[in-house]
Design a protein. Structure first.
Length: 465
């Protein structure tokens, strides 16, 4: 593997001779850190950052994944002002992107003016897919599987007695015969829908898929290959809706009418153009993913499901749309949200447990409804910014603070340095380094006047290098 440059402008070489490290998993966490530190020539500070203890204890992280060497933290904030189905929520959101929390909090505030969000979720059905090859006559195989529906459901339930005791269990069987992609036999798939209650359900459903496969083989006379859930959880949709009084959308010089028109135009653009729809949906996921992450859920599954759902018509489309209805701007969103509030990571990650507690320990359906509302809020805030003075002003203002910190600004100078680089339209590491030297130089000169001392400012902006 070749050496790569640091991304922070330092140009310091960092690399590893070989990524092949047999037995790495057998080392203790400290041994792994030491090994990585040697291989990558980590500085003392870098090693210390791997040891930094946040909400997730290292011992827990070590049990969660293989080859653990530390934890990586991202800010956990609260999306404020949410009124969802008449209930107040401060929504925990784990996200590194500046402005997301401010944006959703703004949009939630605007939505409150007309009662906030209404949101709901389907029953929590996840779907197992069982692929059968060499099944012979597709019609006959389909018939035999559907005739055995009750037997298949009973077998699936027998694999999860405690789920059944909690009110969940297998609900339906479906057979799909899909046109051959390559001129060979058509693709034969059995779907088994399972109500997973408050679990995310991946493990439950995968056990079902594997457990019923022999029966499916016996019924079809074919050979089962894949047995796995689908992340296109389209039996597990969540929806949210809000109405914003047009006057609430006014922004500085722009009238509410004008801003609403811009948001509606943005929605039309996303409807018409998959290139725009992708970015539109990214703005939605800016709100959804942080909730998914904060609550210890699988955001890759949610992302996969959301985008597959967005493309369900054959053309990639927006997950949320906006239209004007009389004196209101009306927004709606619908997307699959496979979220759990019990089991898995949730049981072991203290921050995820806390996030759920902050949400009132919701059911999985309620959590999905909250995440959908957060996504709609995030979308609205982005479209409003885009419809007025663009995304950069607010976004870069916050980003500037991260850049100032990266350039080594001490906490009490971060805001001043950030303001200077925004003003100079130079929100870069070098710009912040120069601004910091100026600010620190002025501060030192002032101290000199008062104390008569001199200062070595060589370290300023060098980030300790
Ligand atoms: C940036 O993270 C998200 C936006 O690009 C979303 C959008 O364009 O709608 C601002």
């Amino acid at each position: 593997m070749t050496n790569t440059q640091d991304g922070d402008g330092a140009g310091r070489a960092a690399g590893i001779r070989s990524a092949w490290m047999p037995g790495f998993y057998k080392l203790t966490m400290d041994e792994r850190v030491a090994r990585i530190a040697r291989a990558f020539e980590l500085s003392r500070d870098e090693v210390a950052s791997l040891h930094a203890s946040g909400a997730l204890p290292r011992e827990v992280a070590d049990r969660m994944v293989e080859n653990a060497i530390g934890t990586m933290e991202i800010p956990l904030g609260l999306g404020l002002n949410f009124l969802i189905n008449g209930r107040e929520y401060a929504v925990p959101m784990a996200v590194e992107e500046p402005s997301v929390l401010a944006a959703v909090s703004f949009a939630a505030k605007a939505a409150r003016a007309a009662g906030g969000f209404t949101a709901e979720a389907d029953p929590q059905w996840m779907t197992a897919q069982i692929q059968v090859a060499r099944y012979g006559d597709a019609g006959r195989a389909r018939e035999r599987v559907l005739e055995a529906r009750d037997e298949l459901l009973a077998l699936a339930d027998s694999l999860h007695p405690s789920l059944v005791a909690r009110g969940g269990g297998a609900r339906d069987v479906e057979v799909r015969v899909l046109p051959s992609p390559d001129g060979g036999e058509d693709v034969f798939v059995v779907h088994l829908h399972v109500d997973v209650q408050d679990a995310m359900g991946a493990n439950l459903v995968n056990t079902v898929a594997e457990g019923v496969a022999p029966l499916v083989e016996a019924l079809t006379g074919g050979r089962v290959y894949l047995r796995i859930l689908t992340n296109l959880a389209d039996r597990r949709l969540a929806r949210a809706r809000c109405e914003i009084p047009v006057a609430e959308m006014a922004d500085r010089g722009a009238s509410g009418d004008d801003v609403c028109e811009g948001v509606v135009q943005a929605s039309r653009f996303a409807d018409a153009d998959p290139h725009r729809a992708a970015t539109h949906n990214k703005g939605i996921m800016n709100g959804v993913d942080p909730v998914v992450i904060a609550t210890g859920n699988d955001w890759r599954a949610v992302e996969a499901g959301a985008h597959a759902f967005a493309a369900r018509s054959g053309r990639y489309s927006p997950l949320a749309t906006w239209r004007r209805v009389d004196e209101f701007l009306e927004g709606t969103i619908e997307l699959p949200l496979a979220l759990g509030t019990v089991g898995g990571t949730l049981r072991v990650h203290p921050a995820a447990r806390l996030a759920l507690r902050l949400l009132g320990n919701p059911s999985a359906g309620k959590l999905a409804a909250i995440a959908a509302a957060t996504g709609l809020a995030s979308n609205l805030a982005a479209l409003r910014a885009l419809a007025t003075d663009g995304i950069q002003r607010g976004h870069m203002g916050l980003h500037a603070r991260s850049v100032a910190v990266a350039a080594g600004a001490p906490m009490h100078l971060v805001d001043r340095v950030a303001a200077m680089i925004v003003e100079a339209r130079e929100i870069t590491f070098d710009g912040a380094t120069r601004a910091l030297a100026t600010v620190a130089g002025a501060a030192a000169a002032l101290t000199d006047v008062v104390t008569g001392e001199s200062h070595d400012l060589a370290h300023v902006g060098s980030h300790g290098r």
